[in-house]
Design a protein around this ligand. Structure first.
Ligand code: AR6
Length: 171
């Protein structure tokens, strides 16, 4: 049920929602956020600018517009400041809140990017472990809620980190 694939999350169409690694303004930006806004078209910004921003670790939902998916869950990862500013807990909150929003909307299939490991500089091995552990914990609490949760990763090194995290605990 949990897996990874290499690719561009803006091309993913086989899920109920993709997750965006946004910033607190929800007004778009670079990285995966910029790619999602470009692919969705200007209507996405028209909607997200009315959402009142988003706190770090929280998540909000919008439509997908010109994306191949119907919905986008926007979450705001922590900026890495060395690890002493609750970055781990805040990143876990991103996964937990994104899945809560998904459940509230009856979504059963979700694709995540690697939240916080680009511009926000969270170390990828650590982020992958938190991502996998948190998704496993949430799905263990409600085993029937989700059919498929995947990470769509943009480069081989990032994919290797998530694959390693997924292997740990199952061997
Ligand atoms: N599909 C999948 N993954 C992607 C894509 C894509 N199309 N494009 C980039 N990635 P980042 P963050 C990967 O920087 O660290 C923005 O400006 C990327 O290679 O997008 O959470 C926001 O507005 C990396 O592995 O997100 C915020 O200001 C991962 O996505 C800030 O960046 C996350 O990198 C958020 O920073």
């Amino acid at each position: 049920m949990l897996h990874t694939e290499l690719g561009d999350i803006t091309k993913v169409g086989d899920v109920d929602a993709i997750v965006n690694a946004a910033n607190k303004s929800l007004m778009g930006g670079g990285g995966v956020d910029g790619a999602i806004h470009r692919a969705a078209g200007p209507e996405l910004l028209e909607e997200t600018e009315k959402l009142g921003g988003c706190e770090t670790g929280d998540a909000k939902i919008s439509s997908g517009y010109n994306l191949p998916v119907a919905h986008v869950i926007h979450t705001v990862g922590p900026i890495w400041h060395g690890g002493d500013e609750s970055e781990e807990a805040l990143l876990a909150n991103c996964y937990r809140r994104s899945l809560e929003v998904a459940v509230e909307h009856g979504f059963r299939t979700i694709a995540f990017p690697s939240i916080s490991t680009g511009v926000y500089a969270f170390p990828v091995d650590q982020a992958a472990t938190i991502a996998v552990d948190t998704v496993r914990a949430v799905t263990a609490e409600d085993p029937d809620a989700f059919e498929m949760i995947k990470w769509v990763l943009f480069d081989e090194e990032t994919k290797a980190a998530y694959d390693k995290a997924l292997r740990s605990g199952t061997e």
